[in-house]
Design a protein around this ligand. Structure first.
Ligand code: FES
Ligand code: FES
Length: 156
């Protein structure tokens, strides 16, 4: 076991982790933050996307020990005082989900894309989200939602 300090959604956690533990399971099973989903476990689907030190990562591809000292933001960390993040609100407003399984990862990837000023048009949004798969929506409303959120945040 290794000592690992993780700050998740602003709260520091001092953990003892096995070196083989993936970050996604640290979040889901040790910290009970089950908003982050596991779709494939093989870095294909993006359902496990979170922010690590502000960068969008697939948490099934990162070991918990690799995140030592890092700051993680999960979907649970986006709400502020009961108010949805603009990207969450835009997904709601534009009906950008059906089953919702991909949605937490899709939202986190979109937040990163917008924060980096890369959600400039439809083509850029589609390219930026190509690591996140959705089997339900056909992506159209997701792209609309991200475009709308980027505009609302002054980052389009
Ligand atoms: S569960 Fe991580 S990419 Fe699919
Ligand atoms: S809404 Fe079902 S997988 Fe995207």
């Amino acid at each position: 076991m290794r000592p690992v300090a993780l700050t998740v959604n602003g709260t520091r956690h001092d953990l003892e982790l096995e070196p083989r533990e993936l970050l996604v399971y640290v979040l889901r099973e040790r910290l009970r933050l089950t908003g982050t989903n596991v779709g494939c476990d093989t870095s294909s689907c993006g359902a496990c996307t979170v922010l690590l030190d502000g960068e969008s990562i697939k948490s099934c591809t990162v070991l918990g020990v690799q995140a030592d000292g890092g700051e993680v933001t999960t979907i649970e960390g986006l709400v502020t005082n009961g108010t949805l993040h603009p990207v969450q609100q835009a997904f709601h407003d534009h009906h950008a989900l059906q089953c919702g399984y991909c949605t937490p990862g899709m939202v986190m990837a979109a937040v990163s894309l917008i924060d980096h000023g890369e959600a400039t048009d439809e083509a850029a949004i589609r390219a930026g989200l190509e690591g996140n798969l959705c089997r339900c929506t056909g992506y159209h409303n997701i792209v609309e939602a991200v475009s709308s959120a980027a505009a609302a945040m002054g980052r389009s």
